[in-house]
Design a binder for this molecule. Structure first.
Ligand code: NAD
Length: 335
């Protein structure tokens, strides 16, 4: 089976592609290799994927309609869209990059799904869609979306766009709201990565909102497991949908949005303590106010997803961060 995975030079896309190749899928990777962060890390990920003869890579921009169309010439049975301009803070000063990659780029994915009808489109949404909501743990069923950054708004836009394409053109699609994904080969712009780098270098770490924040930290392998189990479980159209009355669901669309997270919220200072233990060094702490666009707390209710695919592994953060620090030390040859 051929799977088109976008974002394969990126953190999650790399892990998903590597797992699919190990399971015998043919993978077509697609990524423009942006310089949002260290491109040598992205190249290293691609080199590992290229070791498999079942991996083919297209370097192109999602916003380039012709390039996306040619990527679909492989007629993928499944499309996993993980390419995006990620990051909340960067979206405050670089809004156009988010509209190009996440809105125009996603439209190109949808248009080609409409034309080629893969059996399942799985795409990345984000816990940031919930914004500053107090009702926790978050569930997509509660309708508590309240994006507070342009990044989050583009992720919510993806869900709405996928819903309409699913409703109008029958594209079976699952949106996954990822909760703070971390692990080996991670993203250098994220707090756990920046903190590890600074702790090893003996430099201060900036801790926002004086450390009083919570995140549902999710180990990357647990995310990959969820994505892979979903491949053969596309949503079905509502057979009772009535175009005049809307039926019970109000939509025919074979589309769903689900959380994927660790089901636990962890205090930021606890995350730092675990990093200090894993590195064997003490962090130099620089306490700062809350940053615009940041949310205070995230916490995933994953009951909908687990009812569908069974219980997921939930790697404890103590274990996951040790594996990350171990990888970091080897990759950067920390003495
Ligand atoms: P990442 O930045 O490591 O990977 C994204 C990849 O997309 C990068 O390699 C980048 O080069 C590529 N890309 C960006 N713009 C592109 C464009 N216009 N055309 C083609 N490629 C482009 O990020 P990640 O952490 O692997 O995130 C993967 C997906 O999951 C993204 O959609 C992100 O928004 C979402 N997400 C991630 C997290 C997390 O904690 N890592 C949380 C919530 C949602």
């Amino acid at each position: 089976m051929t799977v088109l995975v976008t974002g394969t030079a990126g953190f999650i896309g790399f892990h998903v592609a590597r797992r699919l190749l190990a399971e015998g899928y043919d993978v077509v990777g697609f990524d423009s290799v942006t310089d949002y962060y260290d491109t040598s890390l992205k190249r290293s990920r691609l080199e590992i994927l290229a070791e498999s003869s079942d991996f083919r890579f297209i370097r192109a921009d999602l916003a380039d309609a012709a390039a996306v169309k040619s990527a679909f010439e492989c007629r993928p049975e499944v499309v996993i869209n993980l390419a995006a301009q990620a990051g909340v803070r960067y979206s405050l000063d670089n809004p156009q990059a988010y509209v190009d990659a996440n809105v125009t780029g996603f439209l190109n994915i949808l248009e080609n799904c409409r034309a080629t009808q893969p059996k399942h489109l799985i795409y990345a949404s984000s816990s940031s869609v919930y914004g500053g909501n107090k009702k926790q743990p978050y569930s997509p069923r509660d309708g508590v979306d309240h994006p507070v950054s342009l990044y989050a708004a583009t992720k919510k836009a993806n869900e709405l766009m996928a819903h309409t394409y699913s409703h109008l053109f029958g594209v079976p699609a699952t949106g996954l709201r990822f909760f703070t994904v971390y692990g080996p080969w991670g993203r250098p712009d994220m707090a756990y990565y920046k903190f590890t780098r600074a702790i090893f270098a003996g430099e201060p770490i900036d801790i926002y909102n004086n450390g009083d924040m919570y995140r549902d930290f999710t180990y990357v392998d647990d995310i990959v497991e969820g994505v892979v189990r979903l491949i053969d479980l596309p949503p079905k159209a509502d057979p009772d949908y009535d175009i005049a009355t809307g039926g019970a669901s109000g939509s025919w669309a074979p589309h769903r949005v689900m959380n994927i997270g660790n089901r636990r919220k962890e205090h930021l200072m606890e995350m730092i303590r675990i990093l200090e233990r894993a590195t064997g060094r003490e962090a130099v702490k620089n306490f700062m106010p809350l940053q615009p666009g940041d949310v205070l707390s995230t916490w995933a209710d994953v009951s909908d997803l687990e009812a569908l695919i069974g219980e997921l592994p939930h790697t404890p953060i103590e274990e996951g961060l040790v594996r990350f620090v171990d990888w970091y030390g080897r990759y950067y040859r920390v003495q």
